[in-house]
Design a protein around this ligand. Sequence first.
Ligand code: ATP
Length: 222
Amino acid sequence: APDGTVVIAEHQTAGRGRMMREWESTEGQGIWMTVIIRPDVAPHQAPQFTLVTAVAIVEAMKSSFKNFTPEIKWPNDILINGKKTTGILTEMVAEADRIQALLIGIGINVNQKIDDFPEQLQTIATSIAIEEGEPIERVHFVANVLESLEKYSDEYVKNGFGQIKQLWEQSSGTIGKRVKATTLREVVEGEAVSITESGVLEIRQANGEIKGIYSADIELLP
Ligand code: ATP
């Protein structure tokens, strides 16, 4: 597939999130797509494309809809009013020193009504239509998302992480909050203070020590 290939499905029978968790992809109601890009960057930069994509989708939402403010939940979700509307899953095909391809998987709940979600998701998921208060033309919004993704991934490849980091932190619902991060090895509690150049979430613990989190489940604390 050439750089920039987009694959869009009306339905997914085996949509998934991180760690093979199931991603519910109601037929005809969402944007279920993978964007394949071949950026000239090193493999360790791959996780930043999740952050670039989150910024691109949030900015596309802000320019397309007026009744809500989307928030990014580190590392890969976009929430509206605290409920999940979008998941991003970046996967990589690489040699030791070179990315062959990044597969940026994007799932956006667009036109579902609350009853369209399975019961276990009804309290944690939402769609753009629910939050905006009207049905959405998916084709226009997909075009906005793709334009935005092209803009911010070019920005990242040309100029580095500076602007993306700033936009990411502005839209983050995680930075400045008390969080509990559960990694495979430990549980870290404290204030989420920033993300680093490589997308690592920094948490300031009660003893003042700053801990970098590469991958975890994040829960906001009261
Ligand atoms: P969490 O949301 O708990 O932090 P995560 O970010 O690791 O988890 P993902 O891997 O991005 O989650 O997505 C999988 C999870 O998202 C599922 O376990 C389910 O709880 C939830 N989910 C599945 N389908 C949808 C959907 N269409 N909309 C919103 N949430 C969904």
